[in-house]
Design a protein around this ligand. Structure first.
Ligand SMILES: *Cc1c(COP(=O)(O)O)cnc(C)c1O
Length: 365
């Protein structure tokens, strides 16, 4: 590093120039993150120096984390769910499988998950030494539940279903998975990292939460449709004992034990996540989600009017198309099987969708 520090002016013009190099959210159609809600940003700045890794020093911040867990538990039909704020879906998924592995205690454990599962499960299985058993999908990109039960055996520590897949925005048949899990006594983890903040606010949504008796844990990311600041994930568990299975002693902290993966953890995004829920309420969230779903439908209709068909009809605000070229400066993404993928996040408002469609129309050779 430098021997002598830089002036504030130099430093911040350097930082501002770097920030300018980032793509404007006006053109980002590929991300599951969005511009934080103003109340999330404001709440975040109030908690900049808080550390949830040492909650005895920050009891106020820690109580916000408990409140966030309680609010999300209630939203997912289990007000007494336990859990904690993670850095996002990846950590939540790793921790859920870690718990499942400990609870089963098999020597060669495996995980049964859909082919569409997020790549974080590959990391989790690598770290935890779990065999991955991938269940094929049906024609609508949902896990084929009838094939799942064939793969579950005595060494299966967890069955995983996705509520709102990252690539195609569909919900796996969680009700069927719940029945299979109860049948085999298997831990069922629902990855609702994206859909968890969408499905409860839809008029009609497939069931995915703790109202299904086989569901053991749920991952949800407030830093996606919860419009919080990054990083904000939450892992929720039906049983308190599940979380305690991860407890390790923490000799020099204000609390005796912790069960989180990270040590030092930011309070800012937790305050941000809770602030959005409190400020908007169910009513406000329903409005925002309805807007995103309307824009998704408009995008699908508009693309199909140009002869570019949808791949599936999504359950959440992710649209996929059989199309390979997109004019600049739009930032879209592509699924593993080569389909165009657009996430209609809150920053992708109606005007953005119309100007994207206009560009597609003008370049539709
Ligand atoms: C985004 C996502 C993840 C990963 O979450 P991160 O916050 O990026 O760690 C996991 N699962 C699903 C279904 C997701 O959409």
């Amino acid at each position: 590093m430098r021997e002598k520090g830089q002036s504030i002016d130099h430093l911040f013009s350097f930082l501002a120039a770097k920030r300018e190099e980032d793509i404007s959210h006006d053109y980002i159609l590929s991300s599951m993150c969005t511009v934080p809600h103003p109340v999330a940003s404001r709440a975040h700045t109030l908690f900049l120096e808080t550390n949830l890794g040492d909650p005895g020093l920050f009891p106020g911040t820690a109580s916000l984390e408990s409140l966030l867990v309680e609010r999300l538990g209630a939203l997912f039909s289990h007000p007494s769910a336990c859990g904690y704020a993670t850095s996002g879906g990846t950590e939540s998924n790793i921790q859920a499988l870690r718990i499942a592995k400990k609870l089963l205690g098999a020597s060669n454990p495996n995980v049964v998950l859909p082919q569409s599962a997020h790549f974080s499960f590959q990391k989790a299985c690598d770290i935890l030494g779990l065999e991955m058993r991938k269940v094929p999908l049906d024609g609508e990109c949902r896990m084929d539940a009838s094939k799942a039960s064939d793969l579950v055996d005595r060494d299966t520590c967890a069955l995983v279903g996705v509520a709102g897949t990252t690539e195609y925005g569909v919900v796996d048949p969680i009700r069927e998975l719940s029945a299979i899990a109860l049948d085999h006594g298997t831990f069922l983890h629902v990855d609702a990292a994206f859909g968890g903040m969408v499905l409860p606010f839809l008029e009609e949504a497939p069931p995915f939460d703790f109202s299904l008796p086989g569901v053991s844990s749920i991952a949800v990311d407030p830093h996606k449709m919860g419009m919080s600041t990054i990083p904000a994930g939450v892992l929720l568990l039906r049983e308190k004992s599940a979380l305690s299975s991860l407890a390790v002693d923490t000799p020099y902290l204000s609390v005796k034990q912790e069960y989180t993966l990270s040590g030092t953890r930011p309070g800012g995004p937790v305050a941000g996540a809770l602030a959005v829920l409190e400020y908007l309420g169910r009513e406000g969230m329903r409005d925002i989600v309805a807007g995103c779903m309307k824009n998704t439908q408009r995008l699908i209709d508009g693309m199909e009017a140009f002869g570019i068909p949808r791949v599936v009809t999504p359950d959440v605000n992710v649209a996929t198309f059989a199309r390979t070229r997109i004019p600049p400066p739009w930032k879209v993404s592509w699924t593993r099987t080569g389909h165009l993928r657009i996430v209609c996040m809150p920053h992708v408002h109606a005007g953005v969708v119309e100007s994207f469609l206009k560009d597609i129309g003008e370049n539709n050779a």
